[in-house]
Design a protein around this ligand. Structure first.
Ligand SMILES: Cc1cc2nc3c(=O)[nH]c(=O)nc-3n(C[C@H](O)[C@H](O)[C@H](O)COP(=O)(O)OP(=O)(O)OC[C@H]3O[C@@H](n4cnc5c(N)ncnc54)[C@H](O)[C@@H]3O)c2cc1C
Length: 458
């Protein structure tokens, strides 16, 4: 620990965001960066606590105190190596992780934790810029073949770890592009897609084979898959969105959140979407149903598409603004979260249940909601609705049903041993196992599945 008293003299300093007026004009990343001197000072604030709660709360077990110290001492490469030892993709999590570590940082007791997430992405970007992140293919091959189904963070982490062990890994992806929700869910303004392509180029150079436009269970049969590979890792995500089956659900203008977000990601990528299929919030009154992160991404996307108004509603009551006695430190606090997208202009309301969609001539004009406390109803004007109420479980039809895996009570793929499904040589990772979660948890799950598969193959 370089400077034991820095936390007393140096304040938390965040890089901050581009100004709203500027950022809503494009889909570029909204977050800014600090210069290296300030970044190093931020790392010096780490107290190297006796019990590093940051490490305890991090799903991949990042060794925060160690790499804060290396960063403080200007040992950027050492810091990157420590980071990369526990996290395959710090350049992703450094951008999009909600940073459970910062919530449990001891300095968060004073409301000013170490800027761990920003420090992480700074170390990762420095590593790429300096050119010391290089392809490092395995020296020996084992002769075993593994198929990874799905190219989200879980599949990519599993593929990376298995390839490092010398197994021949083939990734199958049903979409035309790799990355799962990193690529086609999370908007570009949170994660520039070049960051994903940069990592994929490394993984490919290390010997992983990627196949896009291949839906396993349809394009290739599960029988062919099981014959061809020594082990299979299912990492297909939790793709079934929660629906709202109320009157008017079929009106034109009611969409699942991902219909908007996937399309906008494709548009930013340069794909030409036919006008009749294009979902555009331009000049429309948008209502986002669901108060979580996916809803917030719909808010930010609608703002950039120049919506006339944006309202986000949530069925639960408004959480406390800064302290919730039910979730004290070092737990993840269930408090009001205001994202950069919310600051771009949205009305947020709580305790509202959706009763029905209202329309004229088959086209949405409003949504009737009821206050869950008073029962009073009202109609909110809306031309576009985005259903952002989460995901129920992975898609069963196709691959999973064909493999005949068993499901847990929530409809996720059940495991009989760590990462092992009920089907011989078939393993599972990420949201398909846990239900919809976080990028960092998907990476952790992919790493664990790789460990289980390697053990099985050995
Ligand atoms: C809009 C949105 C925003 C989010 N923002 C954040 C965030 O800011 N921070 C955060 O930590 N988490 C965020 N999340 C959650 C995070 O993205 C997921 O938890 C994570 O991506 C799950 O990873 P995964 O690899 O399990 O699945 P996914 O990322 O869903 O990837 C699964 C892949 O499998 C493919 N697939 C499915 N079936 C088949 C098949 N039969 N054959 C071949 N391929 C198949 C899919 O096309 C997909 O590419 C967000 C989620 C959404 C929806």
């Amino acid at each position: 620990m370089g400077n034991p008293k820095a936390f007393l003299t140096i304040n938390r300093k965040e890089a901050g965001y581009r100004p709203v007026w500027e950022r809503i004009e494009d889909f570029g990343e909204v977050e800014q960066t600090l210069n290296n001197e300030d970044r190093i000072l931020q790392a010096s604030r780490c107290m190297d606590c006796g019990i590093p709660f940051c490490h305890w709360s991090c799903p991949v077990g990042n060794r925060m105190p160690e790499w804060q110290d290396a960063l403080y001492k200007g040992k950027w490469q050492e810091a990157y190596e420590m980071l990369a030892a526990t996290n395959n993709f710090p350049e992703f999590t450094g951008r999009v992780c909600p940073a459970l570590c910062e919530k449990s940082c001891v300095l968060n007791l004073q409301g000013a934790p170490v800027t761990i997430r920003e420090n992480e992405v700074a170390i990762a970007e420095h590593a790429f810029n300096e050119g010391y992140v290089k392809p490092n293919p395995p020296k020996k091959r084992t002769g075993k073949k593994v198929a990874v189904i799905g190219s989200g963070p879980a599949g990519l982490a599993a593929a990376d770890m298995l390839n490092r062990k010398g197994h021949k890994v083939t990734v199958y992806e049903k979409d035309e592009v790799l990355g799962g929700l990193l690529r086609l869910g999370i908007p570009d303004f949170k994660l520039n897609k070049k960051i994903i392509s940069r990592r994929l180029a490394l993984l490919e150079a290390e010997g992983i084979t990627f196949n896009v436009n291949v839906e396993v269970g349809k394009t290739i049969s599960t029988k062919e898959l099981l014959n061809k590979y020594d082990a299979v890792c299912i990492s297909i995500g939790a793709g079934k969105p929660r629906d709202l089956v109320v009157e008017g659900r079929d009106l034109k203008g009611v969409h699942f959140a991902l219909e908007l977000l996937q399309q906008q990601n494709r548009v930013v990528r340069g794909l030409d979407i036919p006008k009749e299929e294009r979902i555009s919030a331009e000049g429309k009154h948008v209502l986002v149903i669901g108060g979580g992160d996916t809803g917030s991404d719909c808010v930010g996307t609608s703002a950039r598409q120049k919506a006339a108004s944006i309202t986000q509603i949530e069925i639960l009551s408004m959480p406390p603004a800064d302290f919730n006695p039910d979730t004290p430190w070092p737990l993840w606090p269930n408090i009001l979260k205001t994202s950069s997208s919310h600051k771009e202009g949205a009305t947020r309301r709580w305790s509202l249940a959706t009763k029905r969609f209202v329309g004229e001539n088959g086209i949405l004009t409003g949504v009737e909601v009821a206050d869950t406390k008073t029962g009073e109803t009202e109609i909110i004007q809306a031309d576009l609705v985005f259903l952002s109420m989460g995901f129920v479980h992975p898609v069963h039809e196709g691959l999973l049903d064909a493999l005949a895996v068993t499901y847990d009570a929530r409809g996720n793929v059940a495991v009989t041993a760590p990462s092992k499904t009920s089907v011989e040589k078939v393993f599972v990772a990420g949201d398909a196992q846990s239900g919809a979660s976080l990028v960092v948890r998907a990476i952790d799950s992919g790493r664990k599945a790789a460990t289980a598969i390697h053990k099985y193959l050995s």
